[in-house]
Each structure stands twice: as C-alpha cells, then as structure tokens.
Design a protein around this ligand. Structure first.
Ligand SMILES: [Zn+2]
Ligand SMILES: [Zn+2]
Length: 265
C-alpha cells in the first residue's frame, strides 16, 4: 500500500486545510494537461495524488487508513500480531467494529476501491485525450474542406470572368464586322454615284474616275510589281480594287483614301 501522506508530502498529523492545499498544489503541477510531454507518467502521479486526497480528505476513510498504517507499521505486529494478520484487519475503524457488534455484519466500505479509483482516473484521462485527438482531427478536416471550397470558388470566379471576356470579345468582333460591311456598302454606293455623275460606262472610264477602296484585297507579289494607277514599279503587295479591279501600290491606297475622305483636298 502506498503512503498517502508521503504522496502529498505532509505529516501524518496534517490538518484538513494542509491536506487540501497540498493536494491542490500537487494536482495542479502533475495534471496530465499540464504535462503534455509526459502524459503517462503525469497521469500515474496524478492518480496517486487523487487517491491520497480521496482517502485523507474524508474523515472515516482517513481514520481507517491511519488504523491500517498503525497495525502494518507496528514493529510489535510480528510479536503480538494475531489481530493484524486477520484478513481485513485495520481496514475497519472502531465505528465499524461497533456496527458489527450491533448488526452482526460489517458495513460495506462505500465507494472505496483504490484499483477502481486509479482505473477510473486513467480511463478518463485516456478518454479526454482521445476526445481532444478527435476534436483536432475534426478541425483539420474542416480546415481542408474550407480551403477546397475556397479554391473551387476561385475557380468558378475565374471561369466566369473568362466567359464574360470571351463574350465581350465576340460582341466586339461582331460589331466590327457589322460596321465593316456597312462601311463597305456605303463606299460601294458612293462609287456607283460617282460613276453615274461622271457618265462613266466603259471599263476605261470607270477606272479613270474610280477613287478605289478601303477594302482592297491584298495580293502578295513574288517580286516588285508595276502599279496600274501611278505606273511606278514598287512594293511586294498589290491592293486589288473591288470596283475597277486595278492593282494599286501602297502609296496610291493612301493617296486615294485621303481623296475619298476629303482630307487631301
Ligand atoms: Zn478602283
Ligand atoms: Zn500607285
């Protein structure tokens, strides 16, 4: 049997207050929660302290314990010890003996089983540790789930932005096409009007009164070609007019553009 007084570091004559304060001080120091680097050792010490306090803080338990100390530590036990060697001797107090004398059976020591007490504290400590472990795991999973959700949300937003950009580009492109085809229609009408006013009917007349087009077809040349309009030999790209079908050089394209829009005059 362990020495509960030594466990709490107090004299056998200690008062209830001394017992309580020693218990509080030691329980605080050896609590498993305060000793994460040595949970098993701390739990063992903590249980011992709890058991010691459990027994010494309750008067009848303490008396019974003191009685057991008195008999088992008594050096005379071996000489006169028939009583001490009786099984259960020392576990019962004088009150218990009186009870027995009156009722013919010994009272059951209520709730006092050191093995049970130790086991319970240990099981509870293990249970708490498992619960904390589960809690940490839950928190970890929750964190992972949130991070995944955040990533998904970012992906969705990114996709939505890309889709919006694509749509905007498409609309812009369509608008540009519409504007291009309407400008081409307008330019074509202007040229027809010009020819009517000039009374141009033959190919030659039409070519000489043509102001050509913004929408010439670019035709790459293998060598420098001769411009049908200015007769100069230059450029590697010919611009074919959609109205008079002449091949223009870049300079003539620029010149006629200015003439069409009136910025040249
Ligand atoms: Zn032309
Ligand atoms: Zn030219």
């Amino acid at each position: 049997m362990s020495d509960h007084y030594a466990t709490l570091g107090i004299e056998q004559t200690a008062t209830n207050d001394e017992i309580t304060s020693a218990y509080r001080r030691l329980a605080m120091r050896h609590h498993p929660d305060k000793n994460p680097e040595d949970i098993v050792g701390a739990t063992e010490r903590f249980q011992k302290i709890q058991l010691a306090y459990e027994i010494l803080s309750e008067e009848y338990k303490r008396r019974r314990y003191d009685a057991s100390l008195a008999t088992s530590n008594d050096p005379q036990e071996h000489m006169f010890g028939s009583r001490a060697r009786t099984p259960g001797a020392g576990l019962y107090t004088f009150d218990d003996e009186l009870f027995w004398a009156f009722f013919g059976f010994r009272p059951q020591p209520s709730g006092w089983d050191p093995r049970f007490e130790g086991r319970r504290a240990w099981d509870e400590a293990v249970q708490r540790e498992r619960e904390r472990e589960r809690e940490r795991e839950r928190e970890r999973q929750e964190k992972i789930r949130k991070e995944r959700e955040r990533q998904d949300q970012l992906e969705r937003e990114k996709a939505m932005r890309a889709e919006a950009r694509r749509k905007a580009e498409q609309a812009e492109k369509r608008a540009a096409e519409v504007s291009r085809s309407s400008r081409f229609r307008q330019e074509s009408l202007d040229q027809q009007t010009r020819w009517q006013k000039a009374g141009a009917t033959t190919e030659e007349q039409k070519a000489s009164t043509c102001l050509h087009s913004e929408f010439c077809e670019k035709i790459p040349q293998r060598k420098k070609f001769k411009c049908d309009v200015c007769r100069a030999k230059r450029g590697m790209v010919a611009f074919k007019c959609p109205y008079c079908h002449k091949n223009l050089c870049q300079l003539c394209v620029t010149h006629y553009k200015a003439e069409r829009t009136g910025t040249f005059k």
